[in-house]
Ligand binder design. Structure first.
Ligand code: NAD
Length: 421
């Protein structure tokens, strides 16, 4: 294979926004690249040394790389794929009428490649750059491409309008799948300043959806806050600019790990008030209005998982999070209420809760939800573990408690972490 001595030769399938930018940028990085697209207009543009659509800087880059002989283009898959080491698949995956993504172009690519790969001396590494739902690489591409290809997922994160810079200074590089092939694809981006994240195939596919939906949620959030602020005569820009100055809690990894439902004395109360006041002002805030129902749905899912456990259930953590004795709007209190309502035997241990030391709204909240909480509260972890047949962890234990839980050997459901499938 040529790459044993040189850089790998790269075919790029699809000369749209992602494919043409990828092809031209890789050619600039010194790779020999062939772009393949059934659209003769796009191929002609590239062959003439022009970008097939407007993207800042792309016209110049295509002209330079074509002139240097680093970038070629063809409408023929057979011609374009011959002698290539890596194929980057950048075909479209548009929405279908029902919202599902169309994998028709990917299916076609896999089926068209299959006979062309049969006589290759070694397998072709096929990296799917198109955005695809988890499972698509396996179910659509691997299921049809035949044995002469190794398929990895390599989602693209560039933004139109800043695509060249995003490609050459990537915010994130993700490659998922068979490790050797994933490393070879990651090596294409060596020197671009981002350490590649090598993950499983489905994780790579899911990461792209997580990123795009996160971006969409951020925009909708900022727009809803901005709309409400404007209605209140407040500058939404100033609010959001100031919010963004907090890089500990706001623009950070804080609150971004899947785990248990939120609660406590602030988040539910303040969301409720904001949504209520907005509705009185006739300001429609669908995203913010959906947050408490989303949290309730998450709590219900957790309750369902706990109800699936047999026998006596010991719960670690009663407060809404670790290192506090605040029980107000603790989702664990609601969880225990529903377990008791279903007739389940429950005991609970929380390192910071002593019923006789609770006062005011904190005490009244838990007593109105679970009047006999005193009978359920264990004062030491060992006592609860000696009684329980299953343990449910709702808040992060400290290292000592973690060791005691692990040593107990009792089957444990971790609600403080991402749910397991
Ligand atoms: N546009 C973006 O900013 C962006 C960013 C990241 C990821 N993505 C994802 O990348 C993928 C491509 O997006 P795009 O905007 O470049 O799409 P696009 O529609 O601009 O380009 C797709 C290209 O694929 C070509 N094509 C179709 N069938 C083909 C085949 N069998 N062989 C070779 N080429 C074929 C089409 O002719 C077209 O030129 C999508 O899955 C998209 O969701 C897009």
């Amino acid at each position: 294979m040529s790459e044993a001595f040189n850089k790998p030769r790269v075919a790029v399938l699809g000369l749209g926004y992602v494919g043409c930018v990828s092809a031209a940028c890789l050619a600039r990085q010194g790779y020999e690249v062939t772009g393949i697209d059934p659209d003769a207009y796009k191929v002609d543009c590239v062959l003439r040394g022009a970008a097939p659509f407007y993207e800042p800087g792309l016209d110049d880059l295509v002209r330079e790389t074509v002139a240097a002989g680093a970038l070629r283009a063809t409408t023929s898959l057979a011609e374009g794929i011959a002698g290539m080491d890596i194929a980057l698949v950048c075909v479209g995956t548009p929405s279908e009428r029902n919202g599902n993504l169309s994998t028709a172009a990917l299916y076609r690519v896999a089926n068209d490649l299959r006979p062309l790969l049969q006589d290759r001396p070694g397998p072709l590494v096929v990296a799917i750059r198109s955005t695809v739902f988890p499972g698509t690489c396996e179910e659509v591409v691997m299921a049809n491409i035949g044995p002469r290809a190794i398929v990895v997922a390599n989602p693209e994160f560039l933004r139109e309008g800043a695509a060249l810079r995003d490609f050459l200074e990537p915010s994130l590089i993700v490659v998922g799948g068979e490790p050797d092939a994933a490393r070879r694809v990651a090596s294409l981006y060596a020197g671009l300043g981002a350490e590649p994240c090598l993950v499983s195939l489905r994780t790579a596919e899911m990461i792209k959806y997580a990123c795009n939906t996160f971006h969409a949620v951020k925009i909708a959030f900022a727009n809803e806050i901005g709309t409400l602020a404007a209605r209140l005569g407040v500058s939404g820009e100033e609010v959001m600019e100031t919010v963004c100055r907090d890089e500990k809690l706001n623009l950070s990894a804080a609150y971004l790990k899947p785990g248990f439902a939120f609660g406590g004395s602030c988040l539910p109360k303040d969301l409720r008030a904001l949504v209520y006041r907005a509705s009185r002002l006739d300001v429609d805030l669908p995203l913010l209005t959906s947050v408490l129902p989303s949290n309730d749905a998450h709590l219900k899912r957790a309750a369902g998982d706990v109800l699936d456990l047999s026998g006596r259930i010991g719960i670690f953590g009663l407060a809404f999070k670790e290192n506090t004795d605040d029980l107000r709007e603790s989702p664990t209190v609601t969880l225990i209420e529903s377990l008791i309502g279903k007739g389940r035997e429950v005991r609970v241990y929380d390192p910071h809760i002593k019923l006789d030391q609770l006062h005011g709204s904190n005490r009244s909240f838990v007593l109105s939800a679970i009047p006999h909480i005193g009978r359920l509260l264990e004062t030491d972890l060992a006592g609860m573990l000696a009684w329980a047949e299953h343990v449910v962890v709702t808040q992060k234990p400290d290292s000592r408690a973690e060791a005691v839980l692990a040593a107990s050997g009792i089957p444990t459901l971790r609600l403080d972490r991402a749910p397991r499938c």
